[in-house]
Design a binder for this molecule. Structure first.
Ligand SMILES: [Fe+2]
Length: 435
């Protein structure tokens, strides 16, 4: 084990050392993304009490999750140093894991003292948050957690929700924030994947036991995981009220839409929590994006204790995930297939990193170098944060060659950055491709 750990640590150093060009490239993109003319402002959603004005151009969105509140988080501090326009906490922002609300308050006080969070709150960054199981209640909890009204109130207090915020009273802390000037609007949808989520389907003794080589280390430790996909389509991840709300949100005009889901949307072959626990809900999401014509959707997720980039490409959406018992790929209908790749930036962990494990993910992009965990390209296993950089002013080279004047062709750069702020995974996509 010591050898493996040394290898992983070395991989982190190597990945950081090899990433200088990424930082320089992104810095140039950011510099080029400031428009010469600021378009008319259309205020849409009243901002909470945070720094970034609703009409300010959003260029950088940082993402993070899984922070043990009483331990240092160099990754959060690195994210704060770049002063992103927005930082989205994707859940497991504390490890509450209790029904005693004093425990939650104490742990939030520890989070409050994190230098990275203090720096974000003191600077120009708009700080947003959703929750996952550990700050909602306890490990892998959903609708069955008995103290959710209490943790909802504590969550809203900590993240500075106004007294009249709907997040305080409705069944879940889901929310949507619209930022940016007309023509360059960024919608950030914060899903609640806990409050209404049906109990998970657990493997039982009558199900096929997994060979030891197929297990993650946490299974054998009794930590959790080992969930099967629900076949009962009355089970839900979001709940009907949130689905109805989401449909309306997806109709709101916006050029870029970040859907922050605490659990992974794209990755589906592991046996921990994800949208694939509810395959009918996963297909429903793809169908809803298609039906509403919502362009520019990118998912962000946390929870997994490693960072990775994934994309469910058109023709690759499954109706139910492949399993050890039946590894065949069962595709959703053509009508349900997305019209563009549904990217998922998994940014985890801010300081609570994974043990070394193997895991399949047929939707994974790229490779974090020697930090990889399997032969399909690797996730990044050490402390990290996600970064989405929008280059609104990217020049259209094709149209420039045709003699046209400057035609913006915005791009999104999706990254995982290490605890020093250096890029370890990167994928760039033209915004025009996301429709
Ligand atoms: Fe989680």
């Amino acid at each position: 084990m010591a050898t493996i750990l040394r290898a992983v640590l070395a991989a982190g150093v190597l990945a950081a050392a090899g990433a200088t060009w990424i930082r320089a490239d992104v810095a140039a993109s950011v510099a080029a993304a400031v428009p010469e003319v600021v378009p008319a402002v259309v205020p849409v959603v009243a901002p909470a009490a945070d720094a970034l004005a609703a009409d300010a151009l959003v260029v950088t969105i940082a993402l993070g999750s899984c922070i043990k509140e009483d331990q240092p988080s160099p990754a959060l501090e690195a994210a704060a140093r770049i002063q992103p326009d927005v930082f989205v906490f994707l859940g497991d922002n504390i490890y509450g894991d209790s029904t005693d609300m004093e425990v939650f308050r104490t742990k939030y006080a520890n989070l409050e003292a994190q230098p990275g969070l203090r720096a974000l709150r003191a600077g120009p960054t708009r700080v947003l948050a959703t929750w996952d199981d550990h700050d909602f209640g306890d490990n892998d909890m959903g609708v069955e957690y008995t103290m959710k009204r209490q943790t909802q109130a504590i969550f809203c207090d900590f993240w500075k929700e106004p007294a009249d915020s709907k997040r305080r009273t409705r069944d879940g802390i889901y929310d949507s924030v619209l930022l940016g000037p007309q023509g360059q609007r960024v919608q950030i949808i914060l899903l609640d994947a806990r409050f209404n989520r049906s109990p998970l389907k657990r493997r039982t003794p009558s199900d096929t036991p997994l060979p030891r080589g197929q297990r993650g280390e946490w299974w054998s430790a009794g930590y959790g995981g080992d969930y099967l996909a629900h076949t009962d389509t009355t089970t839900t991840l979001l709940g009907e009220a949130q689905w109805a709300w989401l449909e309306e949100q997806l109709k709101v005009p916006a050029e870029v839409r970040l859907i922050a889901s605490s659990v992974q949307f794209a990755s589906e072959e592991h046996r921990f929590e994800s949208w694939a626990n509810f395959p009918h809900e996963r297909v429903r999401m793809a169908r809803l994006i298609k039906r509403t014509g919502a362009a520019g959707v990118v998912f962000a997720s946390g929870d997994r204790h490693w960072g990775e980039l994934s994309a469910v490409r058109p023709g690759k959406l499954t109706s139910t995930p492949p399993t050890f018992e039946d590894p065949s790929i069962k595709l959703a209908s053509d009508a349900d297939q997305p019209t563009y790749p549904l990217f998922d930036v998994t940014a985890s962990a801010l300081n609570r990193s994974a043990s070394v494990r193997t895991e399949r993910n047929m939707h994974r992009l790229g490779d974090a170098g020697e930090g990889k965990a399997n032969d399909q390209g690797g996730p990044y296993l050490l402390g990290n944060f996600g970064l989405i950089t929008i280059n609104w002013d990217q020049r259209s080279e094709r149209r420039a060659r045709q003699g046209e004047a400057h035609v913006p062709d915005p791009t999104l750069t999706l990254e995982i950055r290490d605890a020093r702020g250096a890029g370890v995974l990167r994928h760039q996509v033209r915004l025009a491709e996301l429709k």
